[in-house]
Structures are given as C-alpha cells and as structure tokens.
Write a protein of this length. Structure first.
Length: 161
C-alpha cells in the first residue's frame, strides 16, 4: 500500500527576499479578480506597495511555504473603524492568494490562522475582508474559516459606453 504524505506547510512573516514571489502573486490576484470587476483598468496594474507593507508596523504580511517554495500569502492591516462602531480599530485582510496547484490543501486556512493570531496579539477583536459577490469559491472558503456575510456593496455605472 502506498501512503501519500503531504509536504508540511509553514507560514512565516514575509521579508524583502519574498518580493519577487509576492509581485507574481499580486498579478495572480488581479487576474483572478478581473472577471468579477469591470471597473479595473486594462493592462498592467498593481494593488499593493509590497515593500512598504513589509516594513509597516500596521501590516502583517505572511507567506506560506512548502518545500522551501512560497505557495501562498495574505496580509492583515490595522485600520481605524467607523466612529459609530463598538471597536476603535479592526483588522482588514487582503492579498489572500494560494498558487493554483496548491489549492484545496488547507493553505488559505493556515494563512488565516497566522493572521488571526497576529491580530489577537495586537489586542484587536474584529477581522473584516472584501470578496466579490460572484466569487462563490472564495466566499465558501471564508465562510468555512468562520467569516459571515455582513454587508453588500452596490454600484451603478453612470457611463453606459
């Protein structure tokens, strides 16, 4: 009988040596999101200033590794809450990405767990993220991790062309 063992996945804080992989993952996020968002500019775009995120004390950007290869990433950012909410600050999650060949192996869950631990260590009690309404796979993954739908952002184009 052949027993298949999965290579261990580790999650660690990102550093400047990871920038090249993170830039590649950023383009993966963008190409995944393009079908869900007609408002994105065409051509080469960037969402993040990765070097600044790595250096900022208000960010925790982590990478998941398997066999010394980066296979996923995500960040937690401390943000000010709306003044009418119970909590003064909260965590905003973003840049959640897992290399397609490693999806379905619990990588995203490991990344979320690391970011949750960091957030708790910062004394914060609320995590939020945004996901496209039609991105059902992502919604299922976040619900599996314990997130609940909270609000729907709506938009209307005033330019029919």
């Amino acid at each position: 009988m052949h027993i298949c063992t999965m290579n261990p996945i580790t999650v660690r804080k990102a550093d400047l040596n990871d920038v090249e992989s993170l830039l590649r993952f950023e383009q993966g996020v963008i190409s995944t999101e393009r079908p869900f968002d007609s408002t994105l500019k065409s051509g080469d775009i960037h969402y993040y200033d990765i070097k600044e995120m790595i250096a900022s004390p208000n960010f925790e950007i982590v990478v998941a590794e398997s066999e010394n290869k980066i296979i996923g990433c995500g960040y937690a950012r401390i943000v000010s809450s709306k003044p009418y909410l119970k909590h003064e600050k909260n965590i905003y999650l973003g840049f959640m990405y897992v290399d397609p060949i490693h999806r379905g192996k619990g990588v995203n869950q490991r990344i979320l767990e690391a970011l949750k631990k960091w957030s708790i260590a910062q004394g914060l009690t609320e995590m939020r993220l945004e996901v496209y309404f039609d991105n059902l796979a992502a919604i299922r993954a976040y619900e599996k991790a314990g997130f609940k739908k909270h609000m729907v952002e709506m938009r209307m184009s005033l330019n029919d062309s």
